[in-house]
Design a protein around this ligand. Sequence first.
Ligand code: ADP
Length: 193
Amino acid sequence: MNVILFGPPAAGKGTQAKRLVETRGMIQLSTGDMLREAIASGSELGRECQAIMSRGDLVPDAVVIALIEAQLKAAEDAGGAIFDGFPRTLAQAESLDAMLAKLGKQIDHVIRLKVDDEALLSRVASRFADQGRPDDNPDSFKVRLDAYNRNTAPLLPYYADKGLLTEVDGMSSIEAVSGAIDTALAKDRLTIA
Ligand code: ADP
């Protein structure tokens, strides 16, 4: 099963993805984590992306598509993936569909976590205080939220039109969000031939 966790920065995608890994043995493909690993390793890719990420801007489509492509076959062999933070643009969504189609697979569910901006701001302020992630500073976070609204939110109709989208209230407790995701994933999707 292939699932996209969709939502603005700090909506709780990473938390829920990790829970699905623990409870279902699914594989998490987080482009944000992959990019942070590239930065930590000091690779050329990491050096190229570091400034873009700490500003809060999106890295180029080709970079993240290549990162996902490198892991997709292994994820499919393991039974599917939870995509966390990918796709973030229409070009990424179309590439993902094409890459999966080559493997005879598709996206089965898109879960949108809905959280209002005020709650996102307060979550990210406490994460910044706890973890000091450079792109959680208030200026970068505003850029990230703008990038989400401009580039990523417009993907919602793309997946709604395919009948794949379920909206979940991301303002409730972690457990309640997990329960709503489990309910959504239990629903069968009709395949339109
Ligand atoms: P969050 O979901 O909390 O915003 P992520 O860890 O997913 O954070 O991503 C952090 C940063 O990594 C983004 O702001 C962006 O610079 C870069 N990034 C991650 N995934 C993508 C993507 N699919 N396309 C472009 N940039 C990305």
